[in-house]
Design a protein around this ligand. Structure first.
Ligand code: G6P
Length: 612
């Protein structure tokens, strides 16, 4: 969380930075700011609210400068406010810094600095770190780079920082540990950002900075060093992304665009991998480690949020198709409870951003314990992708809307192919079922297209139920994680309290909530649990609950019992989540829209959670 942008070169820095911050707003949007530097000194502007509020605030101010840094914040230390917004300035006023991450030992550092007479204008850990750096420079009479290096060795926590100094109006000092940093290499100019989206329109050549590296960035020069002051060779990567992919392309919101992209993104994910003609699934990362998977005594899935829901679907698939026991862990719990990891256990890490701090740290400790880590990641070159021993990208393209949609179906597509490939290699599914599921998977993009061809019905349902204060989402088997995902989407986008539950478990508690005001969404497609879920619908109707159902086209029973229905094409139950989640994504989008909310940037959330 928090987005950072920096520029040094011949252009005016401000427009480059503000445009970049808007692309990074998905990372946080409670306040933003810029620091601009030229011969004439340092100008810092910051404002509570979105980047647009900052833009309004700086009208008429001096925005000149060929070097600058900018930040869009997701608050950790200190409430969202003008004074807690970044950049922060040091006591002397000569240094300005932005930071993404958390300095865990900031309280001790702050006490030390207070005792030396420092005062603080904000409640942030960032201002503490900045003054700590300045204090080291003053005491040691050293360069700013040296002071930064000393400070970084003494802090605990995660950071990506950009630092500029009034004394050196060409150089940006940058460093990272645990929070991402990409540097774009232009001709006589450099761009720095939390991800490549602010950079892509200027250059496709980038360097992903590694943990514990410091970058000294000038218009004509990029020097990378480790904390031991040894030069590192920058590894230049060519971005495989175009500008259109990160713009709205005629849709009102990124979320809607990303929902509608799913026929293409799922197709892209399957392309070149799912070869139904020859009956092969080509996945290099699995192929190279097939023995590890086939012989795994256990698979542990580690993820957060929507990715965790994809992990739950994977549990059903892998246990059924590969007969390998699977545990699905919240990364934040897994990392702290000293989990038992046996030799041979395989960890599947699922992450859209590849930067989620809890997932990253959980994987680091599992890796230290000798686990084999397989990443299912969307963001190419991200920290989790690089930390994994092997992996498979979901190829869903940049996901900007804070609520995850196309990344989820991309994850499901990859996980389904993995389960099929491993199960077939292991001999736990026969050829007929293997080929049948491959064929079914291949039809998913077309079936998603069918669902998306008529969204009017879902929009009408959203209008009808938008004022409900609570929702219950129920599903069984493969559709249980879909119910959880439907509830999460609705909470995120509409701020309506929603709970996801296994449909059979509902009689052990949530059924007490049911009355004629409670909408209950059943994910009730035709599968091996169908008869059971029909009974669950009856239990809700008997208590006058209002039933909304995701049902299979052609089914007459569930629609006949429901107040409102969202239909999806028929599919094998293993594949069904790829379809049944689509109406729920649309439902939450349209409820949020009907309530007049900012669906792309829901309050308090951030897309990439790079703090614990
Ligand atoms: C945040 C996002 C969610 C996402 C979760 C995990 O909470 O708002 O949409 O599912 O992080 O993110 P990851 O990038 O690891 O999939």
């Amino acid at each position: 969380m928090c987005g950072i942008v920096g520029y040094t070169g011949p252009r005016e820095a401000y427009p480059v930075i503000v445009k970049g911050l808007k692309r990074l707003e998905y990372r946080g949007y409670d306040s933003s700011g810029v620091a601009l530097l030229d011969g004439g000194g340092l100008n810092v502007y910051k404002k509570k609210g979105k980047v647009a509020d900052l833009e309004e605030d700086v009208i008429g101010k001096d925005l000149h400068g060929h070097i600058g840094i900018g930040h869009t914040r997701w608050a950790t230390h200190g409430e969202p406010s003008d004074r807690n917004a970044h950049p922060h300035q040091s006591k002397s006023g000569k240094l300005a810094m932005i930071h993404n991450g958390i300095i865990e030992n900031y309280a001790q550092l702050k006490r030390d600095l207070l005792s030396k007479g420092y005062t603080f204008k904000s409640d942030t850990d960032t201002e503490v770190l900045l003054n700590f750096i300045e204090d080291i420079r003053n005491n040691n009479n050293c360069t700013l780079e040296e002071a930064l290096r000393i400070a970084l060795k003494r802090i605990v926590g995660a950071y990506c920082i950009l630092l500029i100094s009034d004394d050196d109006p060409e150089t940006i000092l940058a460093a990272r540990k645990g929070s991402p940093l990409v540097i774009g290499i232009g001709k006589g100019e450099h761009f720095l950002a939390s991800d490549a989206s602010p950079i892509i329109e200027y250059t496709k050549e980038v360097v992903y900075v590694n943990d514990y590296e410091i970058a000294i960035v000038r218009p004509d020069e990029l020097i990378l060093k480790n904390l031991g002051n040894e030069k590192q060779t920058p590894f230049i990567t060519r971005l495989d992304m175009d500008l259109a992919a990160i713009e709205k392309g005629g849709y009102d919101h990124f979320m809607l665009k990303e929902i509608h992209e799913q026929p293409d993104t799922i197709f892209d994910c399957l392309r070149g991998r799912l070869l139904t003609q020859s009956g092969q699934i080509m996945m290099g990362g699995i192929e190279a480690n097939l023995d590890a998977f086939v012989n795994a005594p256990r698979i542990i899935v580690v993820a957060c949020g929507t990715s965790w829901h994809a992990g739950l679907v994977a549990e059903y698939m892998i246990e059924e198709l590969c007969r390998i026991p699977v545990e699905v862990e919240y990364a934040s719990e897994f990392r702290y409870r000293n989990p038992v990891i046996h030799k041979g256990d395989v960890i599947i890490a699922i992450s859209q951003s590849g930067e989620t701090a809890d997932t990253l740290v959980a994987l680091e400790s599992a890796k230290e314990k000798g686990a084999f880590i397989f990443g299912v990641v969307n963001a190419v070159g991200s920290s989790i992708a690089r930390l994994s021993h092997a992996g498979a990208y979901t190829h869903s393209g940049p996901e900007i809307g804070v609520a995850s949609t196309k990344a989820f179906t991309g994850q499901l597509a990859v996980l389904t192919m993995m389960a099929l490939k491993i199960g077939y290699a292991k001999g736990t599914i026969d050829k007929e079922r293997y080929l049948q599921l491959m064929t079914d998977l291949e039809t998913v993009p077309e079936k998603v297209k069918e669902i998306l061809a008529d969204t009017g019905n879902i929009q009408r349902i959203a209008e009808k139920y938008k004022d409900a204060s609570d929702f219950l989402f129920l599903g069984r088997g493969y559709n249980f994680p879909v119910a959880l995902e439907g509830a999460l989407k609705l909470k995120e986008i509409s701020y309506i309290h929603a709970e996801g539950y296994p449909a059979a478990e509902m009689k052990h508690g949530p059924i007490a909530l049911v009355d004629d005001t409670l909408p209950v969404v059943f994910v009730a497609t035709k599968d091996s649990y169908y008869e059971k879920i029909v009974s669950n619908v009856q239990e809700i109707k008997a208590r006058k609950g209002r039933v909304l159902a995701v049902a299979t086209a052609g089914d007459e029973v569930i629609p006949g019992m429901s107040d409102d229905v969202m239909l999806v094409p028929e599919a094998d139950e293993v594949i069904a989540p790829l379809l049944s989640v689509i109406p729920l994504q649309l439902l939450s989008y349209y409820v949020g829209l009907a309530k007049g909310l900012d669906v792309d940037k829901p309050r308090n959330l951030a897309k990439s959670v790079t703090v614990e």
